[in-house]
Design a protein around this ligand. Sequence first.
Ligand code: G1P
Ligand code: ZN
Length: 547
Amino acid sequence: MSIRTITTSPFADQRPGTSGLRKRTALFSAPRYLENFVQALFDVAALPVGSTLVVGGDGRFFNREAIDTIIRMAAANGVSRVISGRGGLLSTPAASHLIRQGAQGGMILSASHNPGGPDGDFGLKYNSANGGPAPESFTNAVADRAGALTSYRLADLAPFDLDAIGVQVLDVDGVGPFALEVVDPVAAYATLMESLFDFAAMRALFAGGFRMTFDAMHAITGPYAHDILEGRLGAPAGTVINGVPLTDFGGGHPDPNLTYAHELVEQLFGADAPDFGAASDGDGDRNMILGRHFFVTPSDSLAVLAANATMVPGYARGLAGVARSMPTSAAVDVVADALGVPCFETPTGWKFFGNLLDAGRITLCGEESFGTGSDHVREKDGLWAVLFWINIIAVRGQSVETIVHEHWARYGRNYYTRYDYEGVPSEAANSVMAHLRAQLATLPGTALAGRTVRAADDFAYRDPVDGSTSAKQGLRVLFTDGARMIFRLSGTGTEGATIRVYIESRETNPARLNLPVAEALHDLVTTALTVSDLEARTGRTSPTVIT
Ligand code: G1P
Ligand code: ZN
């Protein structure tokens, strides 16, 4: 089969954001759009001839067609083996694991928690040989290349079957054999989970009557959760709900939060609630953890995992260090301090954890946006976090609520909330940020919300491993008592701008550990809205989502 060079004209707007290139499906599937971006990726990646590439996605609309094209382009760009999951399915963490087992890179097709379907979103992210999202220097080079391309390469391969497990060898003229290896999407990942967690103790927990509901939200984790929870761990059939991946996620918004995972939330807060509830997102890297009538904020979840890590076989030797994204609450900082290990504060986006993980400086890391992970892969990992919690529950023999209450009693509580204003016109969002930025220098020392501002800045990060710097990562107002107000614009939206406001306060008074979050943070929230002039500048009187 021959290789064709097809003329194209550049696309100027193919600049990857927080997690790859995300656009409307209609745009992504338009003629030459995907091809142009993929060729730019191959050009910048400059994979050595004979390389192996992992390609898979969350099964959303256009997944299969995109993989079909990528396979043909890979064959034409010197890749000699593509590994994909059956049906083109791979969760993001499972893809990361497969890459780490010996591939030179990977392309993950997903728009994560954004809705899918012809009217939804699509996305493509390039991961490097370490299994993690490519760094900013790479994605910037890709954007430049995509804006300058005049042709792309495609191999006219013989027909292949993405549903047949095994190796299919296809011939490419002048290049030699090209192999497509289709694997069970779950197998290698499940083996990795068995190497980290005490499956015997967790099986015993379920055998003893422990009840949980896992909401796969009609997305990629369905097959993984069926295999691991109901199969290997013996949880009763029906534990996994919405467990069949659908191309449009059943018309839902596959984001595991209190708003979108409402079926799960109703169960866990209803009568006869199970002991434990969890959900994951479109591509399987996010997680939400619920106890009976109890919500665990992702920031607290990270802190609890860190504090209890040595109960889990894969982390029994302790943690090298931990990291959290800047807007994530400082709950894990307190645990790191108690453990005597370093805690790093990085910009939003999983890619910033990569160097720290590769250098062995951290073992666990997480974000407030329902992302938690460790050095086992280079992506956040939804099901891994769920298994970590089940393992801790199996060892401690306590409810989620008791575990968290004991955590607060010992380490103090970081009250936390996030307000999202979605679909704001860009000019309005920029004006809010500019208004805040102009005040930063004047805030330190002033009294706000009954507290004193200690510092205010535009968060900038210097990577401790490679020295690279990232500026303008969010505006921070830090108080002397540990409270914080943070404002940033989302880098993952596809329509207008999303303003995120993150509010946190720190409480160690035992009598004040169980206040309603809205009450504990009321003054700070009001102050944040006043200082930013957000409501007047956006015309929004309430956020789209409160977490
Ligand atoms: C959001 C989250 C961020 C996460 C990213 C990808 O990005 O805030 O923590 O890494 O999705 O899942 P944002 O839209 O805020 O740029
Ligand atoms: Zn995701």
